[in-house]
Every structure is written in structure tokens, then in C-alpha cells.
Design a protein around this ligand. Sequence first.
Ligand code: BGC
Length: 765
Amino acid sequence: MKNLVTYLAFSVIISSMISCGEAKARSTKQNSVFSEVKDSIAIKVDALLAKMTIEEKIGQMNQYNGFWDVTGPVPQNGDAAQKYEHLKKGWVGSMLNVKGVTDVRKVQKIAVEETRLGIPLIIGFDVIHGYKTISPIPLAEAASWDLEAIKLSAQVAAEEAAASGINWTFAPMVDISRDARWGRVMEGAGEDPYLGSLIAKARVQGFQGDDLALANTIAACAKHFVGYGFPEDGKDYNTVDVGTSTLYNIILPPFKAAKEAGARTFMNAFNELNGIPATGNAFLQRDILKGEWNFDGFVVTDWGSINEMIAHRYAENRNMAAEIAIKAGADMDMESYAYVNELATLVKEGKVDEALIDDAVKRILRVKYELGLFEDPYKYCNEAVEKEVIGSKRIMDAVLDMAKKSIVLLKNENNLLPLKKNGQKIAVIGALADDTTSPLGSWRIAADDGTAVSVLEGLKAYKGNTITYEKGADVVTGETLFPKELTINVSEKSGFAAAVSAAKSADVVIMVLGEHGLHSGEGRSRSEIGLTGVQQELLETVYKANKNIVLVLNNGRPLTINWADAHIPAIVEAWHLGTQSGHAIAQVLYGDYNPSGKLPMTFPKNVGQVPIYYNHKSTGRPTIPAPGEVFWSHYTDVSNAPLYPFGYGLSYTTFEYSDLKVNVTSNTTVTVSVNLTNTGNVKGKEVAQLYIRDEFASVTRPVRELKGFELVELQPNETKTITFNLTDQELGFYNNNGKFSVEPGTFSIFVGGSSDATLTSQFEL
Ligand code: BGC
């Protein structure tokens, strides 16, 4: 109680200081106040720990799935009755997938009122892209390059989830990936560690806000630590084998950024990394995360990943797996039943030091205190707030705005877009055009099927044109939420004829094609990444009837759309954009919103090019030598170039870059400036991008690396000077011993609207 009073007193001090506006004094004092709050939490945690039995401590490290939803395979040895018994004994520290104020209150009440110590549960949920109101899939949001919008998107998702009783999200997923076959690319920020790090930070800040103790902020979880985005052959959960340079320079940076932004939890991963499962990997969790990075939150395992170390052939049985996991630094066991069943014995037998358990429990309790759960375990359980917040106009507006910002214009020959608003006959074709579930994407477990605005509905909101709709062909059959398998090979073509006849009498054809929302996501890797089923054939057939086609893509990964790129005059990348999808797409097609998205992942020409990414290394034989020469690094059947490069995206206006200037101000600081002009006829936004190349280094460096960008809005004919500041953070890299430094020498820079930027200069450090 005394500590609570002290805490409240601190809050009063903070707010009175804020109102006085003593900015500088405020930040120094605030820091010391916060560290005192932290100290007071540490005192409370120690006091509570001292009262706990070993079983109660281990209970805090045990997380169970709710009894309602299941997002993974259900372990054979666990059932609802046993979970319920454990909950009553205080052997459960957290639950996931319990949602809604009524249900959360039910389980929280058991933890708080029926257990000996009354320690509240922390309630986790996959709030990945929205909660009940769904925002664009994270890959789409990354295409906005708009960090403020991404932060806001995470913030409103947190608000909605918090209003539903949830206090912890298993997001952001900050896994970098270069393999479009991997189904979970939809859940990350794409292929680039620089963009990925900034987005990781924005998302963590959005979920957690400035004060975790508020009832509308929730704890974030950076996942999957680490390497999960680099599975061999793109198959989910597969082996990961990467060198130190890739680990330190590509994979780890977004996790470090998430930690620095204050992410209170991390999730480890299903994959093995260089022979050691991530869940049992002490180098990752103890040496890097908790050691070098000084992370003081807690690590939760991925679903059942302690047990999976047996299938990895790393642990011989569950007992051994539990021992490996705790020693490696995994603090909370998600659904392996390993800690709750094995740890006490391991401690008794002297195989596991109780100090390791104490450390894990302290971390977990600390986060619960920070969330304010001890002060009021029901603070997230307010029916009135739940009613008011979920699906509110404010949240709907935020996801609509995010959806528009996520759209990327890939092609627009002869300015086919924007569409004329009146007097046009428009044929809309494709099953996805009339789908109100698919736009919700893959992670939408709290959202109801059928709650997205379809493209057709979005277009119909514009009344000046005549619209006819034909499905043409199905995209999936037998769809249910999280079906075991989605049929991709839909082959029924009986709808083609009607689609052709609608196209024949139309001025413009809008074809909405791609993948269903559940074709990407966890466990949804694909070996072919074109349009699914017979959609390619449908596209080619309709094209024969009317060439005036706008292709709107719905997809959760880069697709191979060579034919479309060669033939279709306008292509719009519209991903899976969430609840407001159809309105966002229609507003872009009609020019009420000028698209400014840029691809966060390279689009390959064919799947054989994968993994394909812009920041690759050079080779000893990198360029095209004399014509007819064979012995250089290339394919004999496809060029090395991608279909669309990283950072690429068009607008309804055009931009020109000029007057590139470089000023080296010290041996680790460089200023780059460039003029950007809107040379077209309408207002528009451009993501100006800066890439560097460290020409020669002790460890070879990529041919280009993104090191700065700015989203700039310009009126027609307006010019702005953009300045990028490069510091040691941007100029340096990790060597193969994990040491970060800037190496003097020559650097090239490239500035422009994509990773293919041609405006270039050099400087020496
Ligand atoms: C996924 C995690 C997710 C967890 C809980 C796992 O299968 O890999 O990302 O947070 O399930 O739903």
C-alpha cells in the first residue's frame, strides 16, 4: 500500500511538472522519478517472491491457452479440466486466447480470488493487425513507410484489445524475410533491417504508449527470436542456417530496436538456428538478449516450442527439454506443459538452480506490476469501455487511413487510373472482389467472418458509373476460419463466359485477383507464388475481350505476375487491407487518395529467383561481361533483375530528384541533401530513399543498403530540400565477431524513389 501511495505521488509530481512546462528539468526529473518507480516495483517483486512456494513460482512461468480458441496443435497431455485445476492452485501465470471482458474477468477472478497469493494473470492474444477491427496485414502497413501511421495503427489495435480484457499482444513480429514462399512474410515488415527496425520501434511504441499502466495500452512482444524468417526453402518452421554477418546485420537489428523502444516481452521461435533450437538457445536468449542488450522483461516460448525440441532431436524427452529451455533463458512456457510438470523435480534433483526460476518469475511479475495489474486486476475489464471502443468510428477511420496508405501503384500506363467518376460502364471481375472475409487476412482471430468492406461495396459507394459484377472463378473452396488446408487448385471455369461478356460491354474492367487472406500466414508456405487456381487463365481470357484492365491484387506476399506486368495497363497492389479494404481501394482507384506506398519486399520474376532481395552482396563475377559469356553469376533462363524492386511504387503524379549534395562533417557524420520536385499535375506524397554502399570493407558489404527515408508531400511544381543525416549507426556494420564499427574508406550513395535509384555520389571517411 505504501508503495502504491509513493507511486501515486510520483504520478502527481509528473503531471504537475508537465503542466509547468519545464521541459528540460522535466526530462531529468522524470527519469529519476521513473527509475524510483522501477525501484519500487523491484521491492514489491522481491517481497512477493519471498512468499512464493516453488510450485507457485513455476506456476507464474506457465501459460495456458484459453479453453475456447486454439491457434495451434492441442497437446495430448493437456485438457481444459486440468488447466482449470491448475488455475485454481495458482499454477498458471498467463493465459492466451481468452478474450472479451466477461471471459477475462472469469479467469482473472479465479487467479485473484481463489488462489493463495492472488497473483493476477497476464492475458495474451495475437493482436497482429488489429483486434476486432482489422487493419492491413503488417507487410501492407510496411508499404506505407509511414511510421506515425503504423504507430497509430498499433495504438488503436491496443486500445480495442485492451477494451476487450487483453493486456499483452504477441506482436510485433519483426522477423526479416527474403523468401516470398514463406507464408508469414505477411506478418512482418519485409526484407530490410533498416525499415524493419524503424517499424519495430513504431509498433512497440504504438502498443505500449508512454505508460504501460494505462488501461488502454498493452505490453508488446517482439517475435520470433530469432531467425524464423530465414527457413530453408521457405517452408514454415524449417531449419535456419545463417552466418554471423546475416545474423548480426540483418536479423537481429529489428529485435534490438524493439528492445530499445521498450518492448517488455520477447517470444522465442520454433526454428533451430545453426543447429540449436531457438527455444533452447542460450547464446541468443542469455548472451545476446539478456546479457549484451540488458533486456529486463521476459521471454515467452512459442506455442509448444519446448516440446518441439524433442522433434528437433535436441532433447530426448520433456524433462530434458524443460531443463534446456530454462537454462537457455526461456521464462514462460506457452502450452508445452513442460515447466509445470518438470521444473520442480529438476530443481529438487539439483539439475536446475532455483535462482534461474527466481529470475524468470521476477521478470514476469515485474511486467505485471508495470501493467498495473496488481493495483487493479480488472482494470481491463470494463463493459462500458468495451462497448464504446470496439468498432468505434475513430478506430474505423484509423484503419481506413492506414489501408489507403498501404496501397502501392505498380503500373499505370496511359493514366488509366484514376477512373473517371461518371458515365463509365465498369465490369468488376474476380471472386475476391465480392469477398468480405478474405481482406481480413490471416491473423484475425477476434474478427468475425464477413466484416470487411469488399471492393465491390467500395466501388458501389461511388454512384456515377454503372457497375456489373462477375465472379469468373473461385479462389478457394471449403473455406472456414483456419481450415486445415485451402484448396488452391480450384479449376472450375464455367464462370469465364459471363466474365468475358461483361468485359466486352465495359469501358473499364477491374479484376480483383491474387490470394485469399488465408493463403498466407502461419503454416501457409507456397512453392508457386502466382495467382492461385485458374485466375491467371481468367485474366488472360478476359484480356482478349477487353484490354482496358485495372488489376487489383489481393495478397499476403510478393507474387510472380510477369504476364500481368507485360500486358495489363494498370496494376494496384492492395494486399489484405482489413475491415475497410473496399473503401480504401475504391478511393485510390477514383483518385480521391493518391497512392504513395512503396514495396517493402522485392517482387521476383519467378519463384526460382527466390530468395531475391535488393541488399545482396556482390560476387566475384557480378556483371554482364562480353555478349555470349557464360561464366558469370546469373541464370540462363531469367535475368537477375526482379520484377519490381524493393522501395518501388508509383503515384498519380511524378517526382524528380536533383541537386544531390554530400557534406562530411566528421569521420562518422555525413549530411546528404537533395531537392525533390513534384513534376506532375496533382498533389502527391513520395518516399525519398537514401541508400549507401561501403565500397570496400574487412567483411564484404551489400551492393546497397537503405539508410534513410522521408515521406514528403508536395503540391504540383513544389520543391523541397530533403536532408539525411548519416551517423556511425548508419555507416557502421557488425563484423563476424559481432563487433560494430565504422571502417574508413570510400562510400557511395544513391538517392531516389526506389532501391534502383540512379542519382549518385561518393564520399570518403
Ligand atoms: C505462432 C506465434 C503466436 C502463437 C500464439 C504460434 O503458432 O508462431 O506467433 O503468437 O502461436 O498464438
